[in-house]
Design a protein around this ligand. Structure first.
Ligand SMILES: [Zn+2]
Length: 376
């Protein structure tokens, strides 16, 4: 079918591999409106530098102290390929397609040099290299509800760590991806992202990294020795158990017990193991739990903290190969309303207290006493 024939469109420096021309046209419009500029290479920023990392080759390191939430740099997608396209063509056809796609880029070597396991040999299947690059270096990106493999050459150079220093955030309005400091980064510390899901235990992480990317991880979390690894795994497993416990408490309507488990243990473990891209969702849950338990002051405080986290980290992804979350601007707006409403209630309560004349208070007390006596 003609509509399913992979279609090419080259705009500025982005190559699109789509399944039909209407999607191509949609993406082209995004590119037209985005006024795409060549991204500045990370080395241009004084806060970052490229240097040799032992056993890893080149990596990006912090040139100075970088606070959590800082946008480190931004990279433009060079290839955007519909995830379904490999199913619509024969493998050799797909490779030729990708080879042509890379060839249309102003700097095809930006993409081809990303292959770590395959070196181009004359006469070798054209496109094998590009196929390898796309399968091991691309990020999941959703545009207009369609999933793509997106290739960002500068970001692809960032090495993996199970406890990374950075996160990424895809912008479907201009097809760029940002790299954001996940925590405070010290000068000389490497900028890393996680290629695997957050929360996996040591063996599960190693297995995934070996199978998908062909390397054994020697990051701080993986090389701390058997005792440290066992302790980290136990904390990760405890988080899973605790989530179930909190849900069980809630089902029984035991809000205070659920809050105690959440605040007393779950939150601490999530922070220790860096299991969440940001704390926004946890704070939001706690705000709602406190509201349900009748503690408005705590609810307001958590809702404000949730909003602050979401305003910095909204839409980030901690995972390289994972799905990019849909734009959550709906939820951030909802949270703003929630904070406003809670805040309004608190203010009204304070004002009522301030306005209440002393005499009235006494009278209420008297009435209560009278009622008590009457009950007797
Ligand atoms: Zn590791």
């Amino acid at each position: 079918m003609l509509a399913h024939r992979p279609d090419f469109f080259s705009a500025v420096s982005v190559i699109l591999v789509t399944l039909d021309s209407s999607t191509t046209a949609g993406l082209a419009t995004i590119l037209d409106q985005a006024s795409i500029a060549q991204p500045a290479p990370p080395v241009d920023r004084p806060i970052l530098k490229i240097q040799d990392i032992p056993d890893k080759g080149l990596g990006i390191v912090a040139g100075q102290a970088i606070p959590r939430g800082t946008i480190l740099f931004r990279d433009q997608a060079r290839i955007l390929a519909d995830v379904r396209f490999p199913q619509h063509v024969r493998r050799a056809q797909g490779q030729t397609l990708l080879h042509k796609a890379a060839g249309r880029l102003p700097e095809p070597d930006d993409v081809r040099n990303l292959s770590r396991s395959i070196k181009a040999k004359p006469g070798e299947a054209r496109g094998l290299l590009e196929e390898n690059v796309l399968s091991t270096n691309s990020f999941a990106a959703t545009v207009d509800g369609i999933s793509y493999m997106a290739l960002f050459p500068e970001i692809a150079r960032i090495n993996h760590a199970c406890n990374p220093t950075a996160l990424t955030r895809f912008n479907d309005k201009d097809l760029t991806q940002q790299v954001i400091a996940f925590r405070d980064i010290k000068p000389g510390e490497e900028i890393t992202i996680s290629y695997t899901d957050f929360g996996l235990t040591h063996d599960a992480r190693q297995e995934t990294l070996k199978r998908r990317w062909g390397f054994e991880c020697t990051c701080d979390l993986c090389s701390g020795g058997p005792d440290a690894t066992a302790a980290s795994d136990a904390r990760r497993q405890r988080v899973t158990a605790l989530r179930a416990e909190v849900v069980a408490h809630l089902q029984k309507g035991a809000f205070d017990t659920a809050i105690a488990a959440y605040e007393g243990e779950l939150l601490r473990l999530v922070r220790t193991e860096h299991l969440a891209e940001h704390m926004g969702e946890h704070f939001e849950v706690l705000a709602r739990l406190h509201l349900a338990a009748g503690n408005r002051t705590a609810a307001v405080s958590y809702a404000q903290q949730a909003l602050a986290e979401l305003e910095t980290f909204e839409g980030v992804s901690g995972v390289r190969a994972g799905a990019v979350s849909e734009s959550s601007s709906g939820s951030i707006q909802e949270l703003r309303e929630f904070v406003k409403a809670l805040h309004g209630q608190e203010e009204r309560k304070k004002k009522r207290k301030q306005k209440k004349p002393k005499g009235e208070k006494k009278q209420v007390k008297k009435q209560k006493t009278a009622k008590k006596n009457g009950d007797k």
